[in-house]
Design a protein around this ligand. Structure first.
Ligand code: ZN
Length: 444
């Protein structure tokens, strides 16, 4: 900043500077600094993870209600972070293996992260239904089964993962792609075909050093409920996300991340058995996780390398009315009370990010797939990414016409903030998209 001010003084009063030589060297110094660091800075990427598996195991939660005891674990729970930097812009994309991760917990990590603006740290939950309760749901007596000490430990682990990713920042290129993931992965439990099969993939690739041309991180964005195991089998697990990470990392190296999408009402893992019933074990998690990993790698394999991608991040706070009695009760009685909640409304941060030709928009809850389609259609990119359950996880988000409509929607309407949640989200999201730069055009 000082140098820029000095240069403007120099330009205004250039003729009065005593030595032409001094002027020249100062200009050259500024010149090289300016062009290397500011006008065309290189992209840098770094990734890291931390294990969030509690030891000893804790009860697991699949939604509102008392968490159920876990006697064994299948796979580990993780926090996984990808940090990207270009010039003065630095962002963190973080995934947490949990049902939902509120901004109350997210903000604790944000405070511990050095060198990234808090509003540029996107923290999303994978939505596994077999992890400890992070909402601290109150029961009818106002008591919670959540382990607040464990949750606070997690916030430190998450910050550590991001701080380590920052320390590992290295020159990188990226590949981005969005295409249909084929095979038996997701379906809509309420109406088989009403789901979005598109899978978005962002891969950061090292451009120098020992790992040149190898992935630093591969991020998969797809709508699915990781509830193959659920919370009533006595098992703690990342569900299908665990095998997804392992498969990607064994095939291409680097660190794998999973960000959920618009999976509300009720886009879930397709674990249906041919003869009726469902497969509910870790083998089925492995089948689906492997298949999604293979599809993601297939989708990204042919994508062009973007050597000088743009990096842009903005955000704004938005406010939702809280009409649902259940949601009011939770928000008022949880020991993890949000500083952003009043008696009848709550606010949250909405992020918009451009990474080369990809554009990412966050959803602070579980948007229904029709809301996902609508928002994606209006995003300024041919590669739309929706990060569901990111920055907050306020339950289901329905359009006002879907709200309290079909009998099948009774549960998701009750566990939604209110009739206008989806409408306000769409309006605010489109405004954020329209007020900000588009992603670059793909395939240039
Ligand atoms: Zn859900």
């Amino acid at each position: 900043m000082k140098k820029i001010i000095f240069l403007s003084l120099f330009l205004v009063g250039g003729l009065h500077v005593k030595s032409l030589f001094v002027k020249y060297t100062i200009y050259k110094k500024w010149d090289s600094h300016h062009f290397k660091k500011n006008e065309n800075p290189e992209l840098k990427a770094g990734a890291a993870f931390r294990v969030l598996t509690p030891n000893p195991l804790l009860p697991v939660s699949g939604g509102i209600g008392t968490p159920k005891p876990a006697h064994e674990k299948k796979g580990d729970l993780f926090a996984r972070a990808l940090v990207l930097e270009k010039g003065s812009v630095r962002i963190a994309l973080v995934s947490v293996d949990n049902l939902g991760w509120t901004s109350i917990l997210g903000d604790r990590s944000r405070k511990l992260i050095k060198g990234i603006a808090p509003e540029n740290i996107l923290i999303g939950a994978t939505h596994t239904h077999s992890a400890p309760d992070a909402y601290a749901f109150p029961d009818e007596n106002g008591k919670t089964g959540a382990d607040l000490k464990y949750l606070d430990w997690c916030t430190h682990q998450i910050a550590d993962a991001v701080n380590e990713a920052i320390s590992k920042l290295e020159p990188a290129a990226i590949k981005t792609a969005v295409a249909e993931a084929k095979g038996k992965i997701s379906y809509n439990y309420y109406a088989d075909d009403l789901y979005d099969p598109r899978c978005g993939v962002i891969q950061a690739i090292a451009t120098s050093g020992l790992n040149k041309n190898k992935p630093i991180a591969t991020l998969v964005n797809y709508a699915i409920h990781p509830e193959v195991i659920g919370n009533d089998r006595g098992i703690l697990s990342p569900d299908l996300c665990g095998p997804l990470y392992a498969r990607i990392e064994s095939k291409v190296g680097g660190i794998a991340l999973f960000m959920n999408s618009a999976q509300g009402g009720m886009v879930t893992a397709d674990n249906r058995l041919a003869g009726g019933g469902e497969a509910n074990d870790y083998e089925e998690c492995t089948r689906i996780g492997n298949l999604l990993a293979d599809e993601a790698l297939r989708i990204i394999s042919g994508a062009p390398v973007q050597n000088e991608p743009s990096l842009f991040c903005t955000s704004k706070m938005i406010r939702f009315p809280v009409e649902s009695l259940i949601m009011k009760y939770i928000l008022n009685n949880t020991p993890l009370k949000s500083p952003y909640a009043s008696n009848d409304s709550i606010s949250t941060r909405l992020n918009l990010v451009n990474i080369g030709s990809a554009q990412i928009l966050t959803i602070p809850g579980e948007a229904l797939p029709n809301i996902g389609y609508y928002v994606k259609r209006h995003m300024h990119t041919s590669q739309p990414f929706l990060f569901g359950l990111t920055n907050d996880a306020f339950g289901y988000m329905l359009t006002k016409v879907d709200f309290a409509s079909f009998k099948k929607y009774e549960y998701i309407s009750r566990t939604s903030l209110g009739e206008l949640t989806g409408e306000i989200y769409m309006e605010q999201a489109l405004q954020l998209i329209n007020e900000n730069p588009s992603a670059e055009s793909a395939g240039h």
